[in-house]
Write a protein that binds this ligand. Structure first.
Ligand SMILES: NC(=O)c1ccc[n+]([C@@H]2O[C@H](COP(=O)([O-])OP(=O)(O)OC[C@H]3O[C@@H](n4cnc5c(N)ncnc54)[C@H](OP(=O)(O)O)[C@@H]3O)[C@@H](O)[C@H]2O)c1
Length: 339
């Protein structure tokens, strides 16, 4: 069988370019005993992957050069020599960036095909939705809190905002265009939103939250974190989820100049890693599955078609070309009668 996959062929310095990647055809054998052959239907591109493209020690090992990249994927089983899975089952894995994969049962997670489109397992019902869900718990968010979310129109941010609204919070979001601001207000139910590119974050945040904020859900770091430190009230909380504004920086940027607010306002800042929460995945899937079925939370996504556009989709994350979760569609589900 022939499968195409995206490999990292050189390590980016600063913003990655298409030249750092290669689309490679690979031939592979049929599954052996205790192996399952999966056809990926949707693959995920995520900002954290940028960190894995660098050399050196981090919380996950770097991607290896001239090997397929890894990342979230949802697919269908098309052949199985393991009793745990049968042809037609829907599964998620970390074997994305390729059209087909051979996996052991422990590398696969069975999901229901009732939730459609299946890309929801990469978005609201997947890793990014779970990050939003876990982050609000970590930040001990309660009804009545004023919650400010940066990167709000992205995969984690829009779900965090929808969940905080369900919990009875006042929710403010920032994102990189007026189209995204309208999306936050009109489709995600945010109480207020602003375009962080239209003027200093601190001024716009003060305008929307004249009495301050209780919680800052940080997806971007940099100047936005600095603005939030100034705006947080006494005993405010920061959920440190991501720092995309610095992911392509060639040298570390200086930290916030106003960290002294941590002391004077007795703030708490907690780091979030979604993988620490995997023990609660079933609980998350039940709760979020229910919200999605009842329309309390909507899964928002930007779908790019074809593995040959996957690198462009990834690069687009740093240019803000996505609204909601960025996913790449590789194939349609095989109809039951043609299996
Ligand atoms: N801690 C964890 O376990 C965990 C898990 C998942 C994700 N994360 C982090 O959470 C953050 C959001 O991830 P996601 O998957 O939801 O991605 P995403 O928000 O769907 O996509 C990235 C977005 O970041 C914004 N952006 C790009 N460059 C920026 C800059 N310089 N300053 C401000 N915003 C910028 C863009 O939107 P605009 O148009 O608004 O600029 C873009 O659409 C990332 O930092 C990611 O690393 C952490």
């Amino acid at each position: 069988m022939i499968s195409r996959e995206i490999q990292l062929v050189s390590r980016p310095r600063g913003m990655p370019t298409a030249d750092n990647f290669s689309l490679v055809q690979r031939e592979f054998r049929s599954p052996q005993d205790q192996q399952v052959l999966v056809r990926n239907l949707f693959i995920s591109v995520d900002p954290y992957m940028r960190g894995r493209m660098n050399e050196g020690k981090s919380y996950v090992p770097p991607f290896e050069l001239n090997k397929a990249l890894e990342g979230g994927a949802v697919g269908e089983v098309i052949a199985s020599r393991a009793k745990e899975f049968k042809v037609g089952d829907t599964v998620t894995s970390n074997l994305g960036w390729r059209e087909y994969c051979i996996a052991s049962p422990k590398e696969l997670h069975a999901v229901s095909a009732e939730n459609q489109p299946l890309s929801v397992y990469l978005g609201a019902l997947g890793m990014t939705g779970m990050t939003a869900w876990a982050g609000l718990q970590l930040g001990e968010v309660v009804a009545g809190d004023v919650v400010y979310i940066s990167g709000a129109a992205g995969a984690v941010g829009n779900v965090a905002g929808q969940l905080a609204k369900l919990q009875g919070c006042r929710v403010i979001g920032s994102a990189g265009s007026m189209e995204k601001v309208a999306f936050l207000r009109n489709e995600c139910g945010f109480d207020a939103a602003f375009d962080y590119k239209a003027g200093p974050v601190i001024d716009q945040l003060n305008l929307e939250a004249p009495e301050g904020i209780d919680v800052y859900f940080d997806n971007v770091g940099g100047d936005t974190l600095e603005a939030a430190l100034s705006t947080l009230r006494v005993h405010g909380r920061i959920i440190a989820c991501g720092g995309i504004s610095g992911y392509n920086a060639e040298k570390p940027k200086p930290g916030p100049t106003n960290l002294f607010n941590m002391i004077t306002k007795r703030l708490t800042m907690k780091g979030l890693l979604v993988r620490d929460w995997l023990g609660q995945q079933s609980e998350f899937e039940l709760e979020m599955g229910d919200y999605l079925r009842t329309g309390k939370v909507k899964n928002k996504e930007t779908v790019i078609n074809g593995i040959d556009h996957a690198v462009g989709a990834f690069l687009g994350l740093f240019e803000g070309t996505n609204i909601g979760k960025m996913v790449v569609k590789l194939a349609e589900v095989t109809p039951a009668q043609s299996r």
